[in-house]
Design a protein around this ligand. Structure first.
Ligand SMILES: Nc1nc2c(ncn2[C@@H]2O[C@H](COP(=O)(O)OP(=O)(O)O)[C@@H](O)[C@H]2O)c(=O)[nH]1
Ligand SMILES: [Mg+2]
Length: 313
């Protein structure tokens, strides 16, 4: 397989910069801070998917700084806003698989609605692990759709990871059981990544299924799953945020993968995830190739939003 260079967070924020955040940056040109400035800032942040709650919190905080520090020009507050955004993201930041030990089995459960980017993200994660010398087994526990199983098999072959799959419609818990047994046994793998269904007959059924998968994993491996990653589609904005609420309530989510950051003009959602959901973002999807996965970095992200570039709309 020929591998390209991983697209960076900054590169994947190009669309976001060229539209909304390019306009945010131009608000800080050095004019007087007036009511219009605050109105424009608020409107643009909301348009950029920062979320109403998070936007209001940011703007209020900035207004307080302006009052306390007797600031009056827009260029005096640009870095304050950036700094505050970095703080919000960093305050919930947490490493991926912090206690990972190559001699032990690490189980990663991947959840999210259909089309969010789960299976693609799993291929990327498998590649990421393989680059670090890990041995990876993928569990095709999205048994609800036959195509989902085939898709994971194709990706597994491409990135060189074993895929454990059963028949469509079979018990996802049995697939997970089998994958972990295979990892312990003949494959001697140290990472198992579990693909899951994004939709069943009801939300309740889905949550039951995820709970069952967790308990199968927990019975076989101490403290498994060690990560439960919620994959969110950055292009679906506030809709993704409400999905995130549902999953994080019941699915034991430990972190978010913000997929398709490269396809959206509204990358501000990362801030809403951190501020409203208090969930760390662990990776972002920067493209459709297996190498397009970047570990999340709050400073790099915010610098990417504010980088100078012609603001073409
Ligand atoms: N541009 C872009 N497309 C992505 C990214 N991640 C996933 N996709 C695309 O999103 C679509 C759905 O992905 P898939 O992994 O099948 O989603 P799933 O239903 O959650 O498993 C596919 O066409 C992927 O190529 C990303 O980071 N960037
Ligand atoms: Mg899938």
């Amino acid at each position: 397989m020929i591998l390209g260079r991983t697209k960076s967070i900054r590169e994947s924020l190009r669309k976001t910069r060229q539209s909304i955040f390019g306009q945010v940056v131009s608000l800080f040109g050095g004019g007087d801070i007036d009511d219009l400035f605050w109105e424009d800032l608020e409107a643009l942040l909301i348009q950029g998917d920062v979320g109403v709650k998070t936007t209001l919190a940011l703007v209020e905080w900035l207004q307080q700084q302006v009052a306390e520090q007797h600031l009056w020009r827009t260029d005096q507050v640009r870095d304050l806003l950036k700094q505050r955004m970095i703080e919000i993201l960093a305050s919930v930041q947490a490493p991926y698989l912090p206690d990972a030990d190559k001699r032990q089995l690490n189980v990663v459960l991947v959840v999210g609605v259909n089309g969010s980017g789960k299976t693609t993200t799993i291929a990327k994660l498998a590649r990421w692990h393989k680059e670090r010398g890990d041995r990876v087994v993928l569990a095709a526990a999205d048994t609800f759709r036959a195509a989902a199983i085939d898709q994971l098999k194709v990706w597994g072959e491409r990135v060189g990871a074993d895929v454990i799959a059963h028949q469509p419609g079979s018990d996802p818990g049995a697939v997970v059981f089998d994958a972990i047994r295979t990892a312990y046994g003949r494959r001697q793998a140290n990472v198992v990544i579990i693909d899951t269904a994004g939709r069943l007959q009801t939300q309740y059924n889905l949550m039951q299924e995820l709970a069952k998968i967790r308990s199968v994993a927990a019975k076989q491996v101490h403290q498994a799953p060690h990560e439960t990653l919620l994959v969110l589609d950055a292009t679906t904005g506030q809709n993704a945020l409400s999905q995130a609420y549902k999953f994080s309530e019941t699915a034991g989510v430990t972190g978010v993968v913000l997929a398709k950051l490269d396809s959206t003009a509204k990358g501000g959602m990362a801030l809403a995830i951190a501020h409203e959901l208090k969930l760390p973002i662990k990776f972002v999807g920067t493209g459709e190739r297996p190498e397009d996965l970047a570990p999340f970095d709050p400073r790099e992200f915010v610098e990417g939003l504010f980088a100078e570039e012609s603001a073409t709309i």
